[in-house]
Design a protein around this ligand. Structure first.
Ligand code: SF4
Length: 356
C-alpha cells in the first residue's frame, strides 16, 4: 500500500476536534454498556438513525440486558423487531445473547475474535463494539467509513471488490488510533452520516477537506465507484387470507429457512406459466378447503435478495379441526397488526384489512 500523503495524527486531530464541536447526541452514546452498543450497531446496519431510535428504546424496555433477551421467546423478540426488516439480525442477536450466557457466563466478551465468533457480528461491528464500549482499538469499515476513506484517498475501483476491500481494511487499521478509539469510531461514522454523505457531500463543512484527495480533484461525487448491481429476481407468489369467525389463519415459517421464525398467511410460489388463480386453487385444496375464493389484487415487496409480487385471495374457511398450536394461529385483525408477519404479508394485511 502507498504511504499516506499526510500523517494519520493530523487527520485524527481534525476529525476529533470537529466531533467535539458537532458530534450527535444519540441514545446509545450515553452508555458504555456493550450490550446496548451492540444492539444499536445491529439495528443501524440497514436502517437510519431516526427510524432506529424508537425501536432501540422499546427493545431495551422489554430486554434491558443480555440475560433478559436470552430468556425471551423468539416470537416476542421478532414482534418488537417487526417493521425494522432484515429479521435475520434479530434472530442472530437473540441466539448470540444465549451464547453469551452459556459460553461467557453472561458477560459480554471484550476480545475482537470472541466477539466475531458470536452469530451475526462481522469484523466491522466487532470493531465498533470494541472501540465504543471498551475504548480499545477496533477498526471499522461500515458503509459510512468505506465512503469517507474512498474519497479521502481518492480510491478508485469497486469498493466491494477483494482488492479494494483489502486496501480499505489496511487503511482503517492504520487510521484508527490507539488513543481515544471510542471517539474516533463515532466521529468517522458521524462524518460519513452527516457530511460526507452518498450524494452531495458537504465538503465546505468538512474538517478533512484540506486532506481530501477526491475534493481536491473534484471527484467527490464520483467516488466511491458504484458497484455493478446484480439483477434481483422477481418471484410470483399467492397468499390466501382464510377467514373464520373474524379470525385469519397464519403460520410460522421454519426457523432454519429464509425469513425463519416470521409469520405469514398460507402461501405458495406460482410455477412458471401457471396463473395465480390456479396456484391459489391448489393451495386451497391443500388446506382441505373447497371454499370459493376471491382475487383481491396484489402487493409488491423487495427483500434483500429478491422481489416478490404477491397475489392476494380471500375466502371463508372452517376453523374446526384446525387446532391452533405453536406454528399455526387463528388471529383477529387487531392481533395480526402486532404480529411478526414478514414484509409482503404485512402489506397484504394493510391492503385487505386496512391494518398496519
Ligand atoms: S472533503 Fe468532501 S469528499 Fe472529502 S471527506 Fe470531506 S465531505 Fe467527504
Amino acid at each position: 500500500m502507498q504511504p499516506l500523503p499526510w500523517p494519520a495524527e493530523d487527520m485524527n486531530r481534525r476529525l476529533l476536534t470537529w466531533y467535539g464541536r458537532v458530534g450527535r447526541d444519540l441514545p446509545w452514546r450515553r452508555t458504555r454498556d456493550p450490550y446496548r452498543i451492540w444492539l444499536s450497531e445491529i439495528m443501524l446496519q440497514q436502517t437510519g438513525v431516526v427510524a432506529v431510535i424508537p425501536y432501540y428504546e422499546r427493545f431495551l424496555k422489554a430486554f434491558p440486558d443480555v440475560a433478559a433477551l436470552a430468556a425471551a421467546p423468539l416470537d416476542q423478540v421478532l414482534e418488537l423487531w417487526a417493521g425494522l426488516g432484515y429479521y435475520r439480525r434479530a434472530r442472530f442477536l437473540h441466539e448470540a445473547t444465549r451464547r453469551v450466557m452459556s459460553e461467557h457466563g453472561g458477560r459480554f466478551p471484550e476480545q475482537l475474535a470472541a466477539i466475531m465468533a458470536l452469530p451475526g457480528i462481522g469484523r466491522s461491528t466487532a470493531g465498533a463494539i470494541v472501540s465504543i464500549a471498551f475504548d480499545r482499538k477496533g477498526p471499522i469499515l461500515d458503509g459510512n467509513v468505506r465512503r469517507v476513506l474512498c474519497r479521502l484517498l481518492a480510491i478508485t475501483g469497486d469498493p466491494r471488490s477483494g482488492k479494494v476491500e483489502k486496501q480499505l481494511w489496511q487503511l482503517a487499521e492504520i487510521l484508527t488510533p490507539e488513543d481515544r478509539p471510542h471517539d474516533y469510531a463515532q466521529a468517522i461514522m458521524d462524518l460519513g452520516a452527516t457530511v460526507c454523505t452518498p450524494r452531495r457531500p458537504d465538503c465546505a463543512a468538512c474538517p478533512l477537506s484540506g486532506l481530501c484527495q477526491a475534493f481536491w480533484q473534484g471527484l467527490q461525487e464520483q467516488l466511491p465507484q458504484r458497484s455493478v448491481r446484480k439483477t434481483v429476481p422477481l418471484v410470483r407468489q399467492v397468499a390466501l387470507l382464510i377467514g373464520h369467525q373474524g379470525r385469519y389463519l397464519v403460520r410460522k415459517r421454519p426457523l432454519d429457512g429464509m425469513l425463519g421464525g416470521l409469520w405469514e398467511f398460507p402461501s405458495a410460489t406460482v410455477p412458471e406459466g401457471e396463473q395465480p388463480e390456479d396456484t391459489a386453487r391448489s393451495l386451497l385444496s391443500g388446506e382441505g378447503l373447497s371454499a370459493v375464493f376471491e382475487a383481491r389484487g396484489e402487493v409488491r415487496h423487495a427483500y434483500s435478495h429478491f422481489r416478490v409480487e404477491l397475489f392476494l385471495f380471500t375466502c371463508e374457511g372452517s376453523g374446526a379441526g384446525r387446532v391452533a398450536d405453536e406454528e399455526t394461529r387463528w388471529l383477529l385483525p387487531s392481533e395480526l397488526a402486532e404480529w411478526p408477519l414478514h414484509g409482503s404479508h404485512k402489506k397484504a394485511l394493510t391492503l385487505i384489512l386496512g391494518r398496519e
